[in-house]
Design a protein around this ligand. Structure first.
Ligand code: C2E
Ligand code: CA
Ligand code: CA
Length: 730
């Protein structure tokens, strides 16, 4: 609706007759905003602009309090460009209240400017305070600012003039503020004309307003009342009443008043409408009534914009446009207003979505979100609220019978068609039971996030219900994270090395580097507890980079000491492995230390397999092609199937200590360790068992065909100095 260039508007603005002047050569405009930038930008946008032949002069206030002073000082202010949120969330609105109630000034016009859609004033407020117009700041381009200001100044002037001698003012104010109401434009236009007719003392069908858009749409009926109201929105040509039709068409075409038996007035308004008002009376329409009509007509056309703007603002504030789902704000409101039977909340997070987005592309990512949104929407009854609460997080609100882990798993059990792809999507969810909870939506959503985070860390691909203990645990993790950051920068992290022993010969064939954290107080914190925290926060990546370098350095020293076949194993977290430049960084580090890649092995857990298997395959292949070996750590404890194992090309299976010295420990004729060893044999993979604590365990494993082992029976993890000595002794 906005003309393409400011010049378009200027053409229109130049046309109407200048308003009668009161001898004042300027319009004084007050800018109230706590951001100096906005003042600057406004001045720049309105530089050298004249409205109705008068220059603008600006008064500046940077707070509502300052604005009050300005208002008392300058009695000739016509328009206030007003920020809503300043000292307080409604400082702007309070200022208007002050003007209307305490200063009793009803003529001064307000154009509200809000930084964010969320702060757009309630529609009732607009009516209550008689606000002329409101826009989000980003919408106040030069053209729009000029348009709004022109309409406001004209309104101001009309009201100012009328104030003295017309009771109808009350009606104008009442009606013109009605214009912002986002109800059907039709009803509203009808209402305006009804009031207008009363004012002009003509019958209900006495006034018909028409608009012509610059952009070529044929002229149509903008407002009418009584039985004529059926015409609203119809093209002018379809008006059955020949006299009305002809008069309006002629007025718009000639861009001039057509006076005769009846009266038809022409108004050119800023923006892209020209307007005509047919008044079915033959008595002379005086200057005042004419002005009145113009105010109405131009306000109606502004209202066109405002109703659309309002709808857009509320859509933006409450709906996710990509997925056509309620957004987070909306979801929160729905939680707060939920009926009793909606007793479960779930947050559903797509696993590995950031990879889909960054490695494939964003369009593909959007497409995935769309199919998932559609599937979710159709999987549940309309009782269930399905919303988008984060970039790849969906919110569900429903009854326990619908919103539960089993149903969520069901939804994702079959693959999705995305373009030509047939994609499996796995999700991790956090659920919250809402029964008789007095918590607010925000808090319940936060509990959902806590459960989700916990699930993502400890049971990806699954669902977890929130428990109060989680919240405490979450706080503790936050605390640990900040301590860990400090410790990392204070170099309180270091590596220890636990030897790999060839079971048959007792020879040391290598070592696993294990991370240690000793606090300033000398307390050791177990890697099992701080590594998940580091992974969750992204801190694992820099820590992993550092420890790789550290282990390579030690490896180099051992090779230089003559241990040419030494195998140094480092643990690589799935978080590190998932980094797009993981392989590149690893190979660079090897290059820089001038070590043989064949001396290095990385241990990956099955959790890496959660991400796109093809992509993992490519990365593994690149690592192996460079000569670095790969071991699957904790084999048997994760959820990876043989299928995954077949697709992932690796060198070694590492039998977890749970199957060696743990509760599931070795049985003579049946054991998981035995099965893993057989499997490794069939697939042509190497094997190693960890957690060997006794001679008996060592013997059994050796008899089952296990080549290497690691465990307290041979040695605990050692510092680099201890390890070098240990090597020397053997
Ligand atoms: P993991 O990779 O399975 O490491 C083996 C764990 O078993 C080590 O615990 C080791 O000290 C322990 N262990 C070795 N021999 C025996 C034994 O005979 N009996 C028993 N009961 N335990 C034994 P640690 O060092 O506490 O590490 C725990 C886990 O923390 C590791 O499990 C690994 O998942 C993680 N982790 C440790 N260091 C790193 C690291 O540098 N990077 C990454 N990403 N994870 C690490
Ligand atoms: Ca390991
Ligand atoms: Ca293990």
């Amino acid at each position: 609706m906005i003309p393409a260039s400011p010049d378009d508007v200027l053409v229109f603005i130049d046309e109407p007759e200048p308003l009668p002047t009161d001898g004042n050569p300027i319009w004084r405009v007050l800018i109230v905003d706590d951001e100096p930038d906005v003042h600057q930008a406004t001045l720049l946008a309105l530089k050298d602009v004249a409205i109705e032949g008068r220059q603008l002069e600006f008064v500046h206030a940077f707070s509502a309090a300052e604005a009050r002073d300005c208002l008392r000082q300058h009695r000739d202010l016509s328009v206030v460009l007003l920020d809503v949120v300043m000292e307080s969330n409604d400082a702007g609105l309070q200022l208007i209240g002050y003007v209307r109630n305490e200063l009793a000034n009803r003529a001064l016009r307000f154009i509200l400017r809000t930084g964010q859609p969320g702060y757009a004033p309630e529609i009732d407020t607009i009516r209550l305070y008689d606000i002329n117009d409101y826009k989000t700041k980003s919408e106040l381009t030069r053209v729009r600012l000029f348009t709004s200001l022109t309409v406001a100044i004209r309104s101001y002037w009309q009201i100012h003039q009328l104030e003295a001698n017309r009771r109808g003012l009350e009606l104008i104010v009442a009606a013109s503020t009605e214009l912002c109401k986002p109800r059907g434009l039709r009803r509203f236009a009808e209402g305006v004309v009804t009031q207008l007719c009363a004012l002009l003392r003509v019958s209900e069908e006495g006034v018909v307003c028409a608009a012509a858009e610059v952009s070529g749409v044929s002229p149509y009926v903008l407002a009418a009342a009584g039985r004529y109201s059926d015409w609203i929105g119809q093209p002018l040509t379809s008006i059955p009443d020949e006299r009305v039709r002809q008069d309006l068409t002629r007025t718009l075409a000639e861009r001039n008043h057509v006076l005769g038996e009846t009266t038809c007035l022409f108004f050119s308004v800023p923006g892209d409408h020209s307007l005509a008002a047919f008044v079915g009376v033959n008595h002379h329409i005086n200057e005042l009534d004419r002005n009145l009509l113009e105010v109405f007509c131009s306000n109606i056309s502004v209202a066109f914009e405002n109703t659309q703007l309002y709808q857009r603002i509320s859509t933006l504030a409450y709906e996710d446009l990509l997925l056509n789902l309620p957004n987070r704000n909306n979801f929160l409101a729905r939680i707060d207003q939920r009926p009793d039977h909606l007793d479960t909340l779930a947050l559903v997070d797509i696993d590995g979505f950031s990879d889909i987005n960054s490695i494939l592309d964003q369009d593909f990512g959007d497409a995935v979100l769309r199919v998932v949104a559609r599937r979710l929407r159709h999987a549940f009854t309309s009782q269930v609220v399905v919303a988008r609460v984060g970039s790849d997080v969906f919110g569900l609100l429903g009854s326990q019978s619908e919103v539960n882990p089993e149903r969520i798993t069901d939804v994702f059990s079959t693959p999705f068609d995305v373009g030509d792809e047939n994609l499996r999507v796995s999700v991790t969810s956090g659920l919250v039971r809402l029964d008789d909870s007095s918590l607010k939506g925000v808090e319940l959503l936060r509990n959902g996030s806590v459960a989700l985070k916990k699930a993502k860390t400890f049971s990806r691909g699954k669902a977890l219900y929130f428990e109060v203990a989680h919240a405490t645990a979450a706080r503790e993790r936050m605390l640990m994270l900040s301590r860990l950051r400090l410790a990392f920068s204070a170099e309180q992290l270091f590596l220890v090395y636990q030897p790999f022993i060839e079971l048959a010969s007792g020879r040391i064939v290598g070592a696993e580097a294990l991370l240690r954290w000793r606090t300033e107080q000398g307390e050791f914190i177990a890697p099992d507890s701080f590594i998940p925290v580091a992974e969750q926060s992204g801190l694992m990546v820099p820590i992993g980079d550092w420890l790789t370098l550290s282990a390579l350095q030690f490896l180099k020293r051992l090779v230089e000491l003559g241990h040419h076949d030494f195998r140094m194993a480092i643990n690589v977290s799935h978080v590190q492995f998932r980094e797009p430049d993981f392989v590149e960084k690893l190979l660079n580090a090897i290059d820089e230390h001038r070590v043989n890649p064949a001396n290095l092995e990385i241990e990956l857990t099955e959790s890496v397999a959660i991400d796109d298997i093809e992509l993992i395959g490519q990365k593994l292949a690149a690592v192996r092609a460079a000569g670095v070996a790969i071991a699957i750590d904790d084999f048997g404890t994760g959820y990876s199937s043989l299928n995954i194992l077949r697709k992932m090309n690796v060198d070694r299976l590492k039998i977890d200590r749970a199957f060696v010295s743990g509760e599931d420990s070795l049985h003579e004729d049946y054991s998981i360790a035995g099965m893993v060893l057989q499997l490794a044999g069939q697939l042509g993979l190497e094997s190693i068992a960890e957690g060997i604590e006794t001679q008996a365990q060592r013997d059994t494993l050796l008899s089952m065909g296990c080549r290497d082992g690691q465990g307290y029976f041979f040695s605990r993890p050692l510092t680099s100095e201890q390890f070098a000595a240990f090597l020397q002794d053997r």
